[in-house]
Each structure stands twice: as C-alpha cells, then as structure tokens.
Design a protein around this ligand. Structure first.
Ligand code: SF4
Length: 252
C-alpha cells in the first residue's frame, strides 16, 4: 500500500503542500512533543496545535460533550479554526440543531460534510437501510469515506477522544500520527475524565445535546443509538445488538 495515498486513492496530509511525511524522525518528534504536552491543559494543547499547524489545522465533531468543550476552547483562542461535522443523513434533529446553537453562541459555522448519495438514493441503491444489515459498511460509506475526503489537504486535526472511554482509546497519545487519515491527530482531552468535561460544560454553560439528559450518554446516528440503563457502559447504546462499538474513526 502506498502510504501517501489514503482510501479510494485520495491523498491525505501527505498530499498537502508542504507535505507532512511520517519519517522516523518526524514520528519521534511527535512522540517527544506528545510527552511534553502530557501535563498541559486542553487549552494549552490546542494553543500549541494552532501555533504549530494553523491554517492547516481543523476539527471534526459529532457534537458530543467532549467536542462541545473543544469548540468552546477554540472559540476563546482561535475561532477561525475550520470545524466540520459528518452529516450522514441519519443524525438526530437535536444534534443538527447544535450547529445553530454553536453559531448563535460563538459565531462559528460548523460545516456539514455530506456523503455523495442522499439517504433516499443510498437506501434505494442498496435495497433498504444498510444500518439494519451491515452497519460496518454503512459507517464506511456514510462516515469514513466522507472523512477521508474531508481530511484531504490538512496537516492536523483535533479529536475529542478521552483515554478512559474504551480500551481502544486508552493508548491515544496527545499528539500522534493518524495512520488511517494521514495527518497529525491531537487529542487535547486525552487525560480528561467524563466528570472534567461535564464540570466545564456546567461552569461555562456550554451548549450540549439535550438527549444527554434523556439517557443518551453517547450519541451517533438516530437508528443506531438507544438510551442506556443505569449501570450500563456509556457506549452500550451504540449499535446495540451488533458486535460493534466504534464507527471506525478512532480505532487503529
Ligand atoms: Fe449508518 Fe448507523 Fe453508522 Fe450512521 S451509525 S453511518 S446509520 S451504521
């Protein structure tokens, strides 16, 4: 596999100008930077990312609580940072409305990135809703492909993952090379807990998805998300009934 070409032959940051190349020296440098940022606050990490990578720095958000805190921080230090959302066509209305609330509160326009086919055309082409039969492929078609296209031309992006969310995320560095999307991935909230996130949301009155107050700790597309019961894992409501816990954006 040519490391310079991403999925579908689309170049990622390696195809950007100037190109970023994951040479051993480059990866060692990222590792060193990451170690140094372990004790930094999320805002300090974002400041570092903006200083280092803007205007080739972006953020993808699903409007989760973590993403909302990062948007809040970016609004303070670099509101010009481009932010986008993967609009699969299956999102909750409450999630879509968050885009408007972000615009009202911060003056930031989150861009919706859409798959090539509308939901209607997609379901017609595949004989019905693919999320019912093959959610992995549905996520691939409606999210991953769109994200690979959206990642083109950027050098770095912010991710809202926390290490304590899942075993898969536990080893996430603060700064690392995103092999899947070919750019530098910065996770300013890697060391934060869910409590840290919600404390900031409450303290700063940051907009958040009202579904969180109705038993949905983790929110994805409407057909693949259910409320969780007391004692269940916070991601138990995602793809319930399928052997699937991640859409594939953050897994290695
Ligand atoms: Fe499809 Fe569900 Fe994945 Fe959304 S979360 S892209 S509806 S499988």
């Amino acid at each position: 596999v040519d490391p310079k070409v991403g999925l579908d032959g689309l170049p990622g940051a390696l195809g950007a100008d100037p190109p970023l190349a994951p040479t051993t020296d480059f990866l060692n440098e990222l590792e060193k930077e990451s170690r140094q940022l372990e004790s930094a606050t999320p805002t300090e990490i974002l400041r570092w990312a903006v200083d280092r990578y803007a205007p080739k720095f972006t953020m993808a958000t699903a409007f989760g609580p973590e993403g909302m805190t990062i948007i809040h921080m970016l609004a303070q230090i670099a509101p010009e940072t481009p932010i986008f959302n993967l609009d699969t066509g299956y999102q909750f209305e409450e999630t879509l409305q968050l885009r408007e609330r972000v615009k009202e509160r911060y003056g930031i326009e989150v861009e919706f990135k859409l798959p090539e086919l509308s939901v209607e055309a997609f379901e017609k082409a595949n004989g019905g809703p693919m999320y019912q039969t093959d959610p992995n492929r549905c996520c691939f078609e409606r999210k991953l492909k769109v994200l690979h296209r959206a990642a083109q031309g950027w050098h770095a992006w912010a991710s809202a993952i926390r290490r304590d969310q899942s075993p898969d995320r536990a080893k996430a560095p603060i700064v690392g090379w995103d092999k899947k999307f070919h750019l530098v991935k910065i996770s300013p909230l890697a060391n934060w807990t869910k409590k840290d996130v919600w404390s900031l949301i409450t303290k700063e009155d940051i907009p958040y998805n009202p579904l969180h107050d109705r038993g949905y700790p983790s929110i994805g597309c409407q057909p693949c998300t259910r409320a969780v019961m007391a004692g269940e894992d916070e991601r138990a409501g995602r793809w319930s009934g399928f052997q699937k816990t991640e859409c594939g954006l953050h897994s290695s």
